[in-house]
Design a binder for this molecule. Structure first.
Ligand SMILES: *Cc1c(COP(=O)(O)O)cnc(C)c1O
Length: 421
């Protein structure tokens, strides 16, 4: 039941949305239900004690206790594995839970991790937590291969980056990073939250582990939190020194996910609820259509803002002026739906945001609604000025997460707000 159905419709030749909207149905063929039920049972009981023993000892894929797995969670995991063309997946209560659990269970004191210096604020904060546990951390400019090469040490275990960072939209060259990691057996961990699998095939570009916030584009409707880690199957875990012997009894491809599941999901407990699974899977059905719309509108907005006299600079990887324009073109179907801009110095960014009528002033991204946020005094406030400057964040910078509204309404909203400033 937990295995992916291999009927022709789930065949890899089929398009993204065809696979996605039929995935649950094909994993639940007995009843014909198109949605997987939200299983609320915490415990799973067996007529024969031997069957429960088999679950505990990994010989059976059935369930024992909902903190570790449920039939509902398995279906979402299978769907994610299929969409990412990976080997296996685990889902979590939030994106941060997926990320922190992965790192805390695969790293140990004395290891070294290289982080991109262009990362989500909470991930940046987490790097400090890792340091407190005796894990060495370096945050570097991953757009420079020279900087990556110089940062690699004999104890480097992981290289972590986001595909498109926010708010400045630096793009990571995943293939180039893979080439630098491979000779040293460094695990390439890619946060693809900004570019879900519809936009970017992380597996084919060489990512080893994908971590993602399902809260953003995947769910898309601002009503549910979730996260996932996907093992793409690219890394040979026989070369990784931190896998515990207990988890080495199966196919080496399963080792890392098993350790993350047992040490991380089971022992730390950030499990995704079955109700959240349902909301995520319903929300995700329109992922491709939402991204088509949001990315195309983001591109138009970037071009509009770029020529406006009250805008100093626009950051969007679809603009020819963007430093990684060519990489973004090669890697992604579209260069994302996040853009940032600096107003001319005479305009206060808070005053501008206060004039917006359609666009909401809110944190979060990947929503159906377009959201604007002044980043320095909010999501990047805690890290301080020096770190913001290292990330290329100007104090008056505004980030836009472009939703699915009609593009003309968004342009008009921004125009009227600029006129009033
Ligand atoms: C939001 C976000 C996360 C964290 O996800 P949550 O689901 O909010 O915990 C991680 N990485 C990136 C790039 C994000 O945008």
């Amino acid at each position: 039941m937990a295995d992916i159905d291999t009927k022709s419709i789930m065949n890899k030749e089929k398009g993204f949305t065809t696979q996605l909207v039929h995935s649950e149905r094909l994993q639940n063929l007995e009843s014909g239900a198109i949605h997987q039920p939200a299983h609320h049972s915490v415990l799973f009981a067996y007529d024969k004690a031997e069957d429960l023993v088999d679950v505990f000892q990994g010989r059976s894929k059935n369930h024992s206790y909902a903190r570790q797995s449920t039939p509902s969670v398995n279906v979402l995991q299978n769907t994610l594995t299929q969409l990412e063309k990976g080997h296996s997946s685990l889902v979590f209560a939030t994106g941060m839970a997926a990320l922190t659990t992965t790192m805390l269970t695969l790293l140990k004191a004395g290891d070294h991790v290289i982080f991109s210096q262009f990362i989500f604020g909470n991930t940046n904060s987490f790097t400090q937590t890792l340091s407190q546990y005796g894990i060495e951390v370096d945050c570097i400019d991953i757009t420079s291969c020279t900087d990556i090469k110089q940062a690699i040490k004999s104890n480097t275990r992981m290289l972590f980056c986001e595909t498109i960072a926010n708010p400045v939209t630096q793009v990571a060259d995943i293939k180039a990073m893979k080439d630098l990691c491979q000779p040293h057996n460094i695990v390439l961990v890619v946060d693809n939250t900004m570019t879900p699998s519809y936009l970017f095939n992380a597996q084919a570009h060489g990512a080893d582990l994908i971590v993602t916030s399902l809260t953003k584009y995947f769910g898309g409707h601002g009503n549910v939190l979730g996260g996932a880690v996907v093992d793409t199957g690219n890394y040979d875990w026989q070369n990784y020194p931190n896998i515990l012997d207990t988890y080495k009894n199966n196919d080496p491809k399963t080792w890392a996910i098993t350790q993350i599941k047992k040490k991380g999901l089971r022992d730390m407990g950030a499990s995704l609820s079955s109700d959240s699974v349902h909301l995520l899977s319903v929300g995700s059905e329109t992922l491709a259509m939402r991204l088509d719309k949001s990315c195309s509108t983001a591109h138009k907005l970037a071009e509009f803002l770029q020529q406006h006299e009250k805008i100093n600079r626009v950051y969007y990887p679809g603009l020819k002026s963007h430093p990684q324009y060519q990489i973004a073109r090669q890697q992604f179907k579209y260069p994302g739906a996040i853009l940032s801009f600096d107003l001319v110095d005479s305009i206060d960014c808070l005053a501008f945001i206060n004039q917006l009528k359609v666009i909401l002033c809110s944190t979060h991204l990947g929503d159906n609604r377009t959201l604007a946020i002044p980043v320095a005094p909010t999501i990047y406030y805690e890290m301080g000025l020096a770190r913001r400057q290292k990330m290329g964040i100007k104090e008056g910078m505004i980030r836009l997460s472009v939703g699915i509204e009609d593009g003309e309404d968004l342009i008009e909203d921004i125009s009227q707000a600029l006129d009033k400033c």
